[in-house]
Design a protein around this ligand. Structure first.
Ligand SMILES: *[C@@H]1O[C@H](CO)[C@@H](O)[C@H](O)[C@H]1NC(C)=O
Ligand SMILES: [Cu+2]
Length: 151
């Protein structure tokens, strides 16, 4: 009886592992680390990071000096403060949940702060998406390729 319970447990564990492969724990990222979300924000801060669904971005900044403004790609690229704004956070301690896969664009909507480097693009991965397949090799030539039957 005990061994049946052990077997049952083993099946449960194996099933859990099969259904949740390579699930890593969610991360809270302090944007800009010790610089925070300020004019000292290092523009390459995100370069060595891989964001995934479930992670959070925590923006810390002096309230009323900056904003966290989520915009679309064109507004982001142009630092266009009149562009398409999706959402703004301005408490100075703002957690943005990365709750969907894909690109998200943030900048500071104060004066020329975006031009001065307060802009952040994150590319959020879906850890449960199937791994991208490697490019398939070209199909092998069919057996008749190159043969001129009328020769
Ligand atoms: C920021 O907010 C979180 C909860 O939203 C809180 O736990 C934390 O103490 C706050 N940090 C500061 C420095 O205010
Ligand atoms: Cu700013």
């Amino acid at each position: 009886m005990a061994s049946r319970q052990v077997l049952f447990l083993a099946v449960v564990v194996a099933t859990a592992i099969a259904f949740f492969p390579a699930t890593t724990s969610a991360m809270d990222y302090m944007v800009g680390d010790s610089h925070g979300w300020t004019l000292e924000y290092p523009s390459n801060w995100a370069d060595d990071k891989s964001f995934k669904i479930g992670d959070n971005l925590v923006f810390m900044f002096p309230k009323d000096k900056h904003t966290v403004t989520e915009v679309d790609g064109p507004a982001f690229r142009a630092c266009d403060r009149q562009g398409n704004t999706l959402r703004t956070w301005n408490s100075g301690n703002d957690t943005v949940a990365l709750d969907r896969a894909g690109r998200r664009w943030f900048f500071c909507n104060v004066e020329n702060h975006c031009e001065r480097g307060m802009k952040l693009l994150v590319n959020v991965a879906d850890p449960n998406a199937p791994a991208p397949s490697s490019p398939s090799p070209p199909p092998p030539p069919s057996s008749s390729a190159g043969i001129n039957y009328r020769a």
